[in-house]
Design a protein. Structure first.
Length: 136
């Protein structure tokens, strides 16, 4: 595989990651709406709150997974470039800088720290909407 092919595959993965991010944002919006509706309803009971919590939890877990997959595409691209270099093929200065910037060539199972904070804050917002007592 040539360096240009690796870059093309990386850009394709970025397009897929962007579409995934759009889906995640829409799912988060829907989950926040469900949480707000659960809180606003005078007919909400423990079953309703539990179902809303499970739905919101799956959205948070999907967001975590989506963000981690995007980070992994960066790491795997760096690995491919590193493997290309190890095979004796000269790689560009940009590729060398990319490998240094990414910092790892191992797949990861967590988002970036900013992604973790984002997902955590969104999860707390959902839980607080569902479970915090209403102020009179």
């Amino acid at each position: 595989m040539e360096e240009m092919q690796i870059w093309n595959l990386f850009q394709s993965a970025r397009i897929a990651g962007a579409l995934s991010a759009i889906g995640i944002i829409l799912a988060i919006w829907l989950a926040l709406r469900v949480a707000a509706a659960t809180r606003a309803s005078d007919e909400s009971n423990i079953i309703t709150k539990l179902l809303s919590t499970v739905f919101c939890g799956t959205v948070v877990l999907a967001a975590w997974t989506g963000f981690a997959q995007n980070v992994t595409s960066w790491a795997l691209t760096a690995r491919s470039l590193e493997d290309l270099q190890a095979s004796g093929t000269e790689i560009s200065e940009t590729a060398t800088g990319f490998i240094a910037y990414v910092g790892t060539t191992d797949p990861v199972s967590t988002p970036t720290p900013v992604g973790m904070v984002f997902v955590g804050v969104v999860g707390l917002m959902m839980l607080m909407q569902i479970w915090m007592p209403k102020q009179s």
